[in-house]
Ligand binder design. Structure first.
Ligand code: GLY
Ligand code: MN
Ligand code: MN
Length: 434
C-alpha cells in the first residue's frame, strides 16, 4: 500500500477510536490545537522551534502553529489553517503530501465558528482554548486524554511505516560516526554535526538531542554538552535518532577501538551487552509484563559482571543486593512513537526497585518500544559500594575511562516475536569500531 492509502486507513481507525473515546467521556467532538510559538525568555523575542502537539501529529505531520483539527463522529475531520502567517518566520513545508486528502481543509481566522458545542480542547495553548470558547472543564480533560493516549499505544500500519522510515534515516548517521571514530581522534561536537549532516537534520528536527559521548563521558546517561576539541578516546557511545512525519527512532550503539588490557575487557562488556540485548529482543512475548523482561535484564547484567571478572558473587546475590542497579540504573526501555518516550505504557508505577522503568505495560501485539540495556561506570552510584570486597575495584577503575555501554533497538511486537526496525538498517549493535 502507498503512504496515502496507509494514512487514510490510519485516520479511519483513529476516527473509530475517537468516537468511542468521546462517547465514553461525554464529549461531542475534539478540537486539537497544533501549538503556538513559545518565547525562550520574556526578555527578548527569540522563540523555541515549534514542537507540534503530539495528539495533533497523530493525525497529520503538519508543523504549523495555530492549526486546529476538528474531529466529530461521522464527519470528515476538518483542518483549519490560520490566515495570519508570520512574516518573521515561516514553518517548513511538510516533506510529503500524503495526508491532505484525509481532511476537509479550511483556511479561516474564524475557527471558533467551526468548533461544535461540547467539544473538548486538546493542546498547550490555553489562550487558544479560551478564544475558541471551550469552557474550562473541556480543556485537556484527563479522562479523555487517557483514552487518546491509549489510541497511541498500538501502532497502525501507517505508524509502523513511519517508525521504520525514522530508523532508515538514522542508520547512515550511525555508520558515518563509527567510521569517523575508527579513523582518528575526534571532537564530540564534530561527531554531532556529522550525524546531523549525514541524516540531513537540523538540531531541532531530531527526536531528542543527540547523545555523543567519548570515553568516560558515557557515564553520563544523557551526555549532551559536547567537548569541542578532538580528544583521544577508545570508546564512543552514540544515542541518536531521526524523525519522519513526526515519528521517532531512538538508537544507541557503543564502539571500542585500540589495544590494551582494559580495552579488551571493555570490548568483552560491549559484546556481552550486545548478546544480551539480542536475547531480550528474542524473549519478547505477547502477554508478558514488560517489567518481567526488565528484571531478566538485571540477571543478564549480573552474568556479564561475573564473566568479565568485576564480581564473583552469584547472579542472585548481585541482583538481590542491588549491585546490578549501581552498574545499570535505568529502565530496559520505553514506548516509542510520536514522542521518544511515548505515552500509554506506564499506567502503573514500576516496583520501587525499578524507579526509572518507563514501561510497565503487559506486552501486546502492535506496541513499539525500545530494548536498551546498558552497563556503566558511574562514580556517584558506585561510591556507596566502594568498601565492598565483592567488587574488583582495580578493574572497575580501569574500565571507568570507557564510561559505559548501551545498545538500543526499536522493536514492533508481532503475534509471535518482534520485528526489529533498527536491525533492518544496522546489522550490528556495536562492538569493535575498527
Ligand atoms: N535517547 C533517550 C533514551 O534512550 O531513552
Ligand atoms: Mn530510549
Ligand atoms: Mn536512546
Amino acid at each position: 500500500m502507498d503512504l496515502a492509502s496507509l494514512h487514510r486507513a490510519h485516520v479511519e481507525s483513529l476516527q473509530r477510536g475517537v468516537a468511542a473515546a468521546l462517547e465514553k467521556t461525554g464529549f461531542g467532538a475534539l478540537a486539537i490545537h497544533s501549538g503556538s510559538p513559545v518565547k525562550r525568555t520574556e526578555a527578548d523575542d527569540a522563540y523555541w522551534p515549534l514542537r507540534p502537539t503530539p495528539h495533533f501529529q497523530h493525525w497529520l505531520p503538519l508543523a504549523e502553529p495555530g492549526g486546529l483539527l476538528v474531529v466529530q463522529p461521522g464527519k470528515q475531520p476538518k483542518l483549519v489553517r490560520t490566515l495570519q502567517p508570520s512574516f518573521w518566520e515561516a514553518p517548513a513545508p511538510p516533506e510529503s503530501a500524503h495526508f491532505w486528502g484525509a481532511f476537509e481543509v479550511i483556511e479561516s481566522n474564524a475557527a471558533r465558528e467551526l468548533v461544535p458545542a461540547r467539544a473538548a480542547f486538546i493542546g498547550d495553548d490555553l489562550a487558544a482554548a479560551v478564544a475558541l470558547g471551550v469552557p474550562e472543564e473541556g480543556r485537556n480533560p484527563a479522562s479523555l486524554l487517557a483514552e487518546l493516549d491509549q489510541l497511541r499505544v498500538h501502532k497502525t500500519e501507517y505508524e509502523v511505516f513511519c517508525l521504520a522510515e525514522a530508523n532508515r534515516r538514522a542508520g547512515p548517521g550511525h555508520e558515518q560516526l563509527r567510521t569517523l571514530f575508527a579513523s582518528g581522534d575526534r571532537a564530540e561536537l564534530e561527531l554531532h554535526l556529522a550525524f546531523l549532516g549525514t541524516t540531513l537534520q537540523d538540531d531541532a528536527e531530531t527526536p531528542y538531542k543527540n547523545i555523543v559521548a567519548l570515553g568516560k563521558h558515557a557515564a553520563t546517561l544523557h551526555h549532551i554538552s559536547y567537548e569541542k576539541r578532538a580528544t583521544p578516546a577508545q570508546s564512543l557511545l552514540l544515542d541518536a535518532g531521526a524523525s519522519f512525519s513526526g515519528y521517532c527512532s531512538d538508537i544507541t550503539r557503543t564502539w571500542v577501538k585500540g589495544g590494551g588490557a582494559a580495552a579488551s575487557v571493555f570490548a568483552q562488556v560491549v559484546a556481552g551487552v550486545e548478546a544480551m540485548q539480542q536475547r531480550l529482543c528474542a524473549a519478547v512475548r505477547v502477554g508478558m509484563p514488560y517489567e518481567e523482561l526488565h528484571d531478566e535484564s538485571h540477571r543478564q547484567v549480573a552474568q556479564i559482571l561475573r564473566i568479565v571478572g568485576i564480581s564473583r558473587l552469584s547472579v542472585d546475590e548481585l541482583v538481590k543486593r542491588g549491585i546490578t542497579r549501581a552498574f545499570y540504573p535505568h529502565g530496559l526501555g520505553h514506548s516509542l512513537g510520536l514522542q521518544c518516550h511515548d505515552v500509554g505504557c506506564a499506567l502503573r508505577p514500576p516496583r520501587a526497585d525499578n524507579p526509572f522503568l518507563r514501561n510497565t505495560s503487559v506486552i501486546a501485539e502492535g506496541q513499539v518500544f525500545t530494548i536498551e540495556p546498558g552497563i556503566y561506570f558511574i562514580e556517584a552510584l558506585l561510591a556507596p559500594w566502594r568498601k565492598s570486597s565483592d567488587i574488583d575495584w582495580k578493574l572497575v577503575d580501569a574500565l571507568a575511562a570507557f564510561g559505559g555501554v548501551r545498545i538500543e533497538d526499536d522493536v514492533q511486537v508481532l503475534a509471535r516475536g518482534v520485528r526489529n526496525l533498527t536491525r533492518e538498517v544496522l546489522e550490528k549493535g556495536g562492538g569493535q569500531a575498527a
